[in-house]
Write a protein that binds this ligand. Structure first.
Ligand code: SF4
Ligand code: SF4
Length: 165
């Protein structure tokens, strides 16, 4: 049987390293963007070779993606629902005026950590945890916040600290 993420242990480690990671990521903004991207992208590949998201699903359990109009249309269609009914049933508007889930864990996550709307899932879910994006120096705040949610991001940042970029 594959070991599941020890959530308490992860939360403790992430919290303990949080001040150092915050400082490190803030400083990264001053580095050469291309070099930062290269390092992130290589570590993203490396770490996701080692981590199986099905043993984790912490993102789906604890945070909500943004649902853009295209996401809502596509998902509602896949569920044979009217977009309006989908919004009414599952979504609310957050402080940034974006549509997000009313509740967490995500209602589309099943007991085995599979996404039941995988083919139609929101763009934000496809792109999470955003460590293979271009211009990583522009999203260091987001990356910092994700060190507290995603074990892969925490590991990527830990390995990044060991490199001299
Ligand atoms: S993306 Fe990160 S938080 Fe989400 S399931 Fe994978 S390792 Fe866990
Ligand atoms: S839609 Fe799927 S991938 Fe996105 S948060 Fe929900 S379960 Fe996770």
């Amino acid at each position: 049987m594959i070991a599941m993420l020890d959530q308490d242990k992860f939360n403790q480690t992430a919290k303990r390293r949080s001040p150092e990671n915050k400082k490190f990521l803030l400083k990264l903004k001053q580095r050469e963007p291309r070099k930062v991207d290269e390092a992130f992208h290589q570590l993203h590949e490396e770490v996701f070779e080692e981590i199986n998201c099905l043993t984790c699903a912490n993102c789906c359990k604890t945070t909500s993606p943004i649902f853009y109009p295209n996401d809502i249309e596509r998902i509602a269609k896949g569920m044979r629902m009217k977009p309006g009914t989908f919004v009414e049933t599952y979504l609310r508007i957050d402080d940034d005026h974006d549509y997000v889930l009313k509740s967490s864990p995500c209602p589309f996550l099943d007991a085995e950590n599979y996404c039941t709307i995988y083919e139609d899932r929101p763009k934000a879910c496809r792109e999470y945890p955003h460590t293979d994006r271009k211009k990583m120096v522009q999203i260091t705040d987001l990356t910092y916040r994700n060190t507290l949610v995603c074990p892969a991001v925490l590991e990527i940042v830990e390995r990044l600290k060991a490199l001299s970029i």
